[in-house]
Design a protein around this ligand. Structure first.
Ligand SMILES: NC(=O)CC[C@H](N)C(=O)O
Length: 368
């Protein structure tokens, strides 16, 4: 590995209010722009880098050393990184791990996304915590407030899910239940979790119609994670609702938010998002608390739920927000956290087993 001197020299993060943070720019000399968010995991930067839900976002890593175990060939959540940029305190240029094949700087250069290293990530994180909605641009020069505003206008016009969803159907063999996955920006680990349980999986583009889904004759449906504001996908709700009412369904993260929207609830922004590997959620039935992997900026507004149709199954222990839903009559369940883990704990992988159970028990009845 040739790991040295990959930087382009000084780089700058300019925020909407004109604040500038100076560091060393790696990866791409062109501007990276997006919502500035923070991720608190101590490991997992490769999974974060390749999780399509981060499309259109600049991710601040609160862990102070990033890149120390390199990048390998097995932990990618998608074929390419989707995020707009990374902000790190110290970028390690000499990774060491038996599986590590590339340095983070190499990958950033290969895929042309910017990493700004040597910035005060603690101050940026505190800013995001207090402001919530922070937009910024990473570039090789400081920008004016007007220029940043121009990037924000451009940012608002992006169709994030359309950019990360697969353009074509992909099929994966298995001997078990046939699961159709509606790809809103699917993490590879969701596919892996289904394949590990023997499912036959068909991954379809996000704009697949109900008729097309029905023609595939699934035993169950998964609505995946994905980037952006769930309310932007409102137009798809009526088509998707037909599908979730026809097949046993599991919604994960964005998929969970979409199920709530389909039933007339609203989503809104969290104060500053949940992004990390140690978010406690309580299963309301059992009172058990699980430590979960999370990555979301929006949340289902509980007061807007029609509780005659959807009931809250999980709640965040820190802020009490909705973390899971279940339909009272139909086999539809959803979680805001990530049972597929990667990065973070796999304590809630049983959600996939429950989904399998749901397909087995409710599926046949449902088709009858
Ligand atoms: N990981 C996800 O699916 C994220 C969902 C949504 N984009 C949010 O930020 O809340």
């Amino acid at each position: 590995m040739n790991l040295y001197n990959k930087s382009y020299g000084p780089g700058y993060l300019t925020l909407e209010d004109g604040q500038v943070f100076t560091g060393t720019l790696y990866g791409a000399p062109m501007a990276g722009f997006g919502e500035v968010v923070f991720q608190t995991g101590m490991t997992g930067y490769q999974e974060v880098m390749t999780d399509p839900s981060f499309a259109g976002q600049i991710v601040t890593f609160t862990y102070p050393l990033i890149g120390n175990y390199g990048i390998n060939d097995v932990d990618n959540e998608a074929l390419r990184p989707a995020l707009a940029g990374m902000l790190v305190s110290e970028l390690c240029e000499q990774p060491s791990h038996y599986r590590g094949k590339y340095s983070l700087a190499d990958i950033a250069e290969h895929y042309s996304f910017p990493i700004l290293a040597g910035v005060d990530t603690r101050t940026i994180t505190k800013l995001v915590r207090s402001e919530g909605d922070v937009f910024g641009v990473i570039a090789d020069c400081p920008l004016t407030v007007e220029q940043v505003a121009g990037f924000r206008t451009k940012h608002r016009k992006k169709s994030l899910v359309a950019n990360v969803s697969r353009p074509q159907t992909e099929r994966f063999s298995g001997n078990g239940e046939h699961v159709v996955v509606l790809d809103l920006g699917m993490k590879q680990s969701i596919l892996d979790a289904l394949l590990a349980r023997g499912c036959r999986v068909t991954v379809v583009p996000f704009d697949t119609t109900f008729a097309q889904l029905e023609a595939l004759q699934p035993d169950g449906l998964v609505l995946t994670n994905g980037p952006g504001d769930p309310a932007d996908l409102r137009n798809y709700c009526s088509e998707w609702r037909k599908a979730v009412e026809r097949f046993p369904t599991l919604g994960i993260c964005l998929g969970h938010q979409m199920i709530a929207l389909m039933y007339g609830a609203q989503t809104g922004r969290l104060a500053y998002g949940h992004r990390g590997s140690n978010h406690p959620v309580k299963e309301l039935n059992s009172g058990k608390v699980y430590i979960t992997s999370q990555n979301h900026g929006y949340v289902v507004k509980e007061e807007t739920l029609d509780k005659r149709q959807l009931t809250v199954t999980y709640r965040n222990v820190n802020d009490g927000t909705v973390e899971g839903l279940r339909h009272l009559e139909l086999p539809i369940m959803s979680v805001q956290f990530h049972p597929e883990a990667h990065p973070g704990p796999s304590d809630t992988s049983f959600i996939f087993d429950q989904f399998l159970q749901m397909m087995r028990i409710m599926g046949a009845k449902h088709y009858a």
